[in-house]
Design a protein around this ligand. Structure first.
Ligand code: FEO
Ligand code: CA
Ligand code: CA
Ligand code: CA
Length: 548
């Protein structure tokens, strides 16, 4: 008989110590190289070379700032382990390479607005591995393309009729996802265009579908997936090619959602999937106290979504319940545009800032990082800590492992923190088994079942104990391996000064990992120049799969 694989996914690397070095630290036997810095050329043009000024026309061709979620795509006729397309989110501008002083949207000139908006959105770059094993962007590739805050986007789905199309710009491109048909899903973590408030309301806060190969539709905001502070998208599929796309609303508080398209996708005809994300049912998660959960449909006329509905508001942040507000849901566009409110009306559980979700390829479990919520005052079983400074990770499993399920079971996978913080109260300690961390944010389980967790403790920025900074306790933000079964945590990579670690992509053979270093503040990656957000490549010197 075939031997049963071990229940645990051991990793061989020696854990990296927590540190506050102004460098990227990886384990012995690993290398790290910088691939794409903010201000590097994506489309042909002059890159940032270490000083001002930039013009909007030049900066539109550069990699934007604050690299965040990303995905690696194969394209036909090439060996994807050595060549492919990398789509990278730019959450915010790296203002320090764009303009002197601070940016003020209210008083910004048209050129300053265009400059700021040039540095958000996404980059698509063709990359390949050289004979020395190092990866590089292929300058001049026709695949290289920027999509920015100044570009135009189509609008699809039930709220399209309520929005003037095309929309100018996408921004706060935080985390991301992909579809089985090879398109990129980039997520706006803002519901307004705060870099240019003159732009129309309702145009922001969406998931945008972009085909890096540029064969399918023009970039389109998919309104059926709801408008809120989107973090990422992760999908679960069944044997009939039906899908659920899981999404978090990174807000205080915010809910967890899933979108179930009405029909199966085609595995053989990419074009047949062009509008698949425009028709389907959006659900919000309700976590019951007995470990069960339910998905409540956000459909006008159901679950209280009618004219004159009563939104209970932010019930988690004060022991004095806020006064409910009356919201009118007259049609499905109202539900999608006011999705946060609809979720609360329908009974969704308000969570401690849902950031990334990931679906385990080996067992179909779904995990969501709940990064922190220092303002929580009213607890519930799924969010059990008042003043949740360090966050937790929740795990749920669909009934029958089906993306179409309306019920699930759940447990708290781990609570973050560190035993050395016990002086500040047991609330800050958590139950991590191994290398401790605060504020889990990025999470991704690779195709071999290894869970990778990335941290962003920039906010709250304090440890909860007087005289102890958060960096003194945990070191700089970092990336960890966390075993799905034993829950053992091992620190894999530590970032330079001031950064958060976010975004993870890999080649199919897992020999190359791509990781983003967001908003460094020291002297990295180019000594003597402004710090710049960057994508780095992590490999093993013996060319084996990362983490194996
Ligand atoms: Fe952009 Fe919620 O992180
Ligand atoms: Ca960020
Ligand atoms: Ca994040
Ligand atoms: Ca975060």
């Amino acid at each position: 008989p075939t031997p049963t694989p071990p229940p645990s996914f051991a990793v061989s690397f020696a854990a990296v110590a927590a540190n506050q070095n102004d460098a990227v630290t990886v384990p012995a036997g690993y290398t790290v190289d910088v691939l794409l810095k903010a201000g590097d050329s994506v489309e042909a043009g002059a890159p940032y070379y270490g000083s001002f000024p930039a013009t909007p026309a030049i900066a539109e061709k550069w990699a934007g700032g604050n690299h965040d979620g990303m995905e690696y795509f194969a394209f036909p006729g090439v060996d994807a382990n050595n060549r492919g397309l990398l789509a990278i989110n730019h959450e915010l501008p790296d203002f320090n390479i764009l303009m002197a002083g601070t940016y003020n949207a209210a008083s910004a000139t048209a050129d300053q607005k265009a400059l700021a908006l040039s540095a958000v959105g996404i980059s698509v770059v063709e990359i390949s591995k050289g004979s020395d094993g190092k990866w590089a962007v292929q300058a001049g590739s026709t695949f290289n393309r920027r999509y920015t805050g100044n570009s135009s986007y189509l609008v699809g789905g039930p709220a399209a009729s309520a929005i003037a199309s095309p929309i100018k710009g996408m921004l706060n491109n935080c985390a991301s996802g992909r579809t089985p048909w090879g398109t990129y899903l980039t997520c706006e973590e803002t519901t307004d265009n705060y870099l240019d408030p003159s732009q129309p309301a309702n145009g922001y806060g969406w998931v945008i579908e972009i085909d890096p190969q540029r064969e399918l539709a023009q970039p389109t905001k998919r309104t059926a997936m709801g408008r809120f502070d989107h973090e990422n998208v992760a999908y679960l599929e069944n044997g009939d090619r039906r899908l659920a796309f899981y999404m978090g609303d990174d807000a205080t508080p915010g809910c967890i959602y899933k979108f179930v398209p009405d029909r199966a996708y085609s595995a053989t005809n990419r074009a047949a999937n062009t509008d698949l994300l425009d028709s389907g049912t959006l659900y919000v998660a309700r976590f019951n106290g007995d470990g069960t959960g339910e998905w409540r449909a956000l459909v006008v006329g159901q679950n209280g979504l009618t004219a004159g509905a009563s939104d209970p508001g932010n019930v988690s942040q004060s022991t004095t319940p806020p006064a409910p507000t009356i919201v009118n849901f007259n049609n499905q566009a109202d539900v999608l545009l006011n999705c946060k409110s609809a979720a609360r009306v329908a009974g969704g559980t308000v969570m401690d800032r849902p950031e990334w979700l990931t679906v385990a390829p080996d067992n179909k479990a779904v995990y969501c990082t709940l990064t922190n919520n220092s303002g929580r005052r009213v607890v519930d079983p799924a969010n059990p800590r008042v003043t949740n400074l360090h966050g937790h990770i929740i795990k749920f499993r669909e009934e029958g492992d089906s993306p179409l399920a309306t019920k699930f079971s759940w447990e708290i996978f781990l609570t973050a923190g560190d035993p050395s913080l016990s002086a500040g109260g047991s609330n800050l300690v958590g139950n991590i088994n191994g290398d401790t961390f605060s504020s889990p944010d990025g999470i991704r389980i690779d195709p071999q079942g290894r869970m990778w967790v990335q941290t962003d403790h920039s906010v709250p920025g304090n440890s909860g104990v007087a005289g102890r900074t958060i960096d003194q306790t945990f070191g700089h933000n970092a990336m960890f391996y966390v075993d799905q079964v034993s829950k053992q945590s091992k620190r894999f990579l530590v970032g330079p000064l001031g950064c958060e670690i976010t975004g993870l992509a890999y080649t199919p053979d897992l020999k190359t990992f791509f990781v983003n270093i967001q908003h460094p503040t020291g002297n990295w990656p180019v000594a003597g120049q402004q710090p710049r957000s960057s994508t780095v490549v992590v490999r093993r010197t013996d060319a084996q799969p990362v983490g194996n």
